[in-house]
Design a protein around this ligand. Structure first.
Ligand code: AP5
Length: 191
């Protein structure tokens, strides 16, 4: 089984690369951001609660996100593998994921971080705000807060995976295909 964590700050290309990776490696895309946006669109209790956090660029509480992940793993029991996009985002989530997978006799194969500098992140997300209606792209101060939250609450997850000997990083600047090739090289070495 191939289980990949695709990691990086907002706008680093996690979603874009995940779309290509699920096709090439036949994986289930587990994007906590997509699940939450779907819940917001459907106005479910989870969506109504999560919107308050997401609109400000803050993290949704661990317990709610963790339950979503359990549901998705249960739904796709027997899958050939998962790509975790936007999860884990705290050390608590990383520890939880490790234990949850262990119960199922599986583990993360590799965690791949996309390295992209602050100015490029800002440029990409401001560009996207002109084409889509994601509420957390609308305002530069919210985008800046998301990057700040990443640096303060999420970046330390890298240390977790370094200790597990699963951490890898790629240069996240270049064309989508160039970056995809860099990621595939790492995956092919680990699978
Ligand atoms: P989430 O949906 O995970 O969003 P994010 O981390 O802010 O990331 P983005 O989707 O903005 O960027 P990305 O890295 O996927 O890049 P993308 O490929 O889209 O989370 C949203 C919110 O949900 C969080 O703020 C939080 O509130 C909540 N949440 C989610 N998970 C949570 C969790 N685990 N715990 C707690 N809360 C959680 O690309 C961005 C743009 O750049 C696109 O327009 C794309 O076309 C473009 N682009 C991509 N690659 C390139 C390239 N190589 N060159 C130029 N442009 C590129």
């Amino acid at each position: 089984m191939l289980n990949i964590v695709i990691f990086g700050p907002p706008g680093s290309g996690k979603g874009t690369q995940s779309e290509k990776l699920i096709k090439k490696y036949n994986l289930i895309h587990l994007s906590t951001g997509d699940i939450l946006r779907n819940a917001i669109a459907k106005k479910t209790p989870l969506g109504i609660m999560a919107k308050e956090y997401m609109d400000k660029g803050e993290l949704v509480p661990d317990k709610d996100v963790i339950q979503m992940v359990i549901n998705k793993l249960d739904k796709y029991e027997g899958a050939t593998g998962f790509i975790f996009d936007g999860f884990p985002r705290t050390n608590n989530q990383a520890e939880f994921l490790k234990n949850l997978l262990k119960e199922r006799n599986i583990e993360i194969t590799v965690m791949i971080t996309l390295d992209v500098n602050h100015d490029e992140l800002l440029k990409r997300l401001i560009n996207r705000s002109k084409e889509t209606d994601r509420s957390d792209d609308k305002d530069v101060s919210i985008i800046e807060n998301r990057i700040n939250v990443y640096n303060k609450q999420t970046a330390s997850v890298i240390e977790f995976y370094k200790k597990e000997n699963k951490y890898q990083s790629v240069d996240g600047i270049g064309t989508v295909d160039e970056i995809f090739e860099r990621i595939c090289k790492i995956i092919d070495k680990h699978k």
